[in-house]
Design a protein around this ligand. Sequence first.
Ligand code: FNR
Length: 332
Amino acid sequence: MSALFSPMTVKRFTFRNRVVLPPMVCVVRPELAHYAGVEGVVSEVSIEHYARRAQAGTGLIMVEATAVDEGGRCWEGAMGAYADRHLPGLARLAERIHEAGAVAGIQLVHHGPQGSPDLAPDGLVGPSDAAPTGSRPAVRGLTVEEIHAIEGRFEEAAERVVQAGFDLVEVHAAHGFLLDSFLLQARNRRQDEYGGDLDGRMRIVLETCRRIRRRIGGGPLLTCRTCLFNKREEGFGAEDLETLVGGLEEAGNDLLDVSTDGVFKGWFGSPRSLGQWVKGMTGLPVIAAGGLGDARDAERAVSEGHADFAAVGTAMLDDADWTRRAREELGA
Ligand code: FNR
């Protein structure tokens, strides 16, 4: 009996198995370049890309980082949910994922300090001013009013993707993009309520989740993606993680998505994986990604309790049929 291929129900949504395509902006792959449409509109190439992975039997398809703000994009062709013109393409995408039997999720992002300077006419923004370094341009610290406006952009985009038919909204608070950059002590030197201690630094993340939850209501699922591998040298410890996890739960998330640099790696000086730490801190189901390209590792991640859902990134980008093959390999 395969743990990876057992179904799971979260609220009114039944996932046919625990295999997840994590959010992956594929425009960086030369063979998939130009797959995104003009001005953030979903293209047919993109729809086929996701539909194929859903048709292979994947439980949850999490559509790539989708911009909530025109100025917060990373790539010229990046998918957007910041205008009503994006709705028809998003609806067609959600429909095709559903037709193939998968739960349809989508990640919302503001790239902030890691955005594209060419796409941010007013300059890149982040928690605090930062001088240019190497090839990266300067960053301007946001005012409190601008922070609230960006939270509002997340809220509006969430409403749009739910209207388009997505079941699950994911807030991107990982990998150094805008929300994660507030969590990072090295980037967030604010003295106001959005900086300082962890309560201050995570305020924008939690407010964003809360505002989305209020806007979309209790029906659709909400999750937040976090990562800690970029906070190791800042001494982000188990207690900090517990505070963050507790905050995310209180802010209305139904699942947590943990991006790791290795699902089986030990954390905080112990052999326990990050997913096991998180699962010990909350009853919410946990998605974990990082090095699960081998079907037996994905199986082990779930059966050994590192995660409830195994996200398979690069391997599924390379092989649209990964899930079908994994099922055969595991005899499930
Ligand atoms: C990513 N990743 C990523 N993460 C995210 O939160 N939003 C995104 O849009 C992307 N885009 C993306 C593009 C490409 C080309 C890569 C390689 C990665 C990270 C991804 O979701 C996943 O967490 C990692 O790839 C680790 O999983 P694997 O590849 O080890 O299975």
